[in-house]
Design a protein around this ligand. Structure first.
Ligand code: BYC
Length: 330
């Protein structure tokens, strides 16, 4: 359904004077901060935008398991391993909440997964970078989940009820993820000179990819204007990026690490940190499929899906048998 919908999607922002009476009533509800629920009338483009964003978000949670899963067997202590396992399992759960939220819009999980596997849907750019040392796992929890929280706390107020409710639950778990990441990197930063060097290296490599997670600058964001008018997005890409930088710079300083960007400087007048733009050509290249790990990540996901076919078949056969038995007994 989604694949079909994007072909016919409206171009440009919906203007009030062009809206049907139904759409005007819908927009009035949004303006009054009334949540939209699955059975409510909604414009096709609102539905398609939500399926795109929620679907990409779900894919990010699932693909996001890969860079961290890579370190489960090499975690330095039993305690760190148990924490990492719990975190990676949480990501699978987040994927499920989000695929379920997308299903309330009439799109199946199987279809979304198919579009991901065919390279027709995106997932977060950040997961196309490798995790090279143990400090990267701390940095992922702290910076990547930290960035995800900034975005998701805002999304708790998104206009679509099921998405908003999924976010509330996800944010609770993300707080634990970010905390454990900061704790892991703190151990490294306050550890031996070799460990501190690894922590610095992780921050240097992951800083710009982390701030790219918020998407292109507002001026280059294709969907922001309409998504904000519909309150699918409640804060702009640049606003959220600034919020993340402001909360993270003091944390880097506390760790005694060098700032990863010479452009980071407190701006008294703005009341915010200034910082350098990431290399946007790298960002657009990564989301086109040309990042360091894109091919690997997708191959791994497709292989995992195919390897799991027997489990899905078994569960379906069991459910059908159970349903047939129930009918026979009635
Ligand atoms: N990566 O018009 P724009 C996590 C695309 S994971 C890839 O600003 P929008 C976690 C965008 O899709 C966190 N693509 O888009 C999991 C669009 O292309 P299409 C995941 C990106 O949607 C495991 C084009 O660029 N969080 O929590 O208005 C372990 C133009 O952009 C990215 C979410 O998904 C990107 N970073 O705004 C640890 C949050 N940025 O679709 C952690 C929900 C942009 O037209 N999503 N693009 O082909 C959102 O809030 C919004 O979708 C975004 C982008 C702010 C990301």
């Amino acid at each position: 359904m989604y694949a079909q919908m994007i072909k016919t999607a409206h171009k440009g922002v919906h203007k009030r004077e062009d809206m049907s009476p139904e759409e005007r009533a819908f927009q009035d509800k949004i303006d009054a901060d009334i949540k939209i629920e699955p059975r409510d009338w909604m414009p096709d483009d609102y539905r398609a935008t939500l399926i795109r964003q929620i679907g990409q978000h779900a894919h990010s949670e699932v693909v996001g398991q890969l860079p961290e899963g890579n370190w489960i067997t090499r975690a330095p202590t039993l305690e760190r391993k148990a924490i990492l396992l719990a975190k990676v399992q949480d990501e699978a759960g987040h994927g499920l909440y989000l695929y379920s939220a997308a299903e309330t819009l009439g799109e199946t999980r199987d279809e979304l997964v198919r579009l991901l596997h065919e390279g027709r849907m995106k997932y977060s750019s950040i997961f196309n970078y490798p995790t090279l040392n143990w400090a990267d796992i701390g940095a992922v929890g702290w910076l990547v989940d930290g960035a995800a929280i900034v975005n998701q706390v805002a999304l708790q107020r998104t206009s679509y009820g099921p998405y908003s409710r999924a976010m509330i639950r996800i944010c609770k778990e993300e707080s634990f993820h970010a905390r454990q990441g900061y704790h892991a990197i703190m151990k490294m930063a306050f550890g031996t000179p070799e460990q501190k060097k690894q922590a610095q290296d992780a921050v240097n490599r992951l800083w710009f990819p982390a701030i790219m997670m918020f998407g292109p600058s507002d001026a280059d964001s294709t969907h922001s204007e309409q998504s904000m008018a519909w309150k699918i997005k409640v804060k702009s890409n640049d606003e959220l990026r600034q919020q993340f930088v402001d909360q993270t710079v003091p944390q880097i300083e506390y760790l005694g690490l060098d700032l990863p960007d010479p452009g980071i400087k407190w701006n008294e007048e703005r009341g915010h940190y200034d910082f350098s733009d990431p290399d946007w050509s790298e960002f657009f290249d990564v989301i086109k499929g040309n990042g360091p790990c894109n091919v690997d990540r997708l191959q791994n996901r497709v292989a995992a899906w195919e390897d799991g076919a027997w489990v899905r078949d078994g569960l379906l056969a069991h459910a059908e048998k159970k349903a047939a038995r129930k009918v026979a007994a009635e």
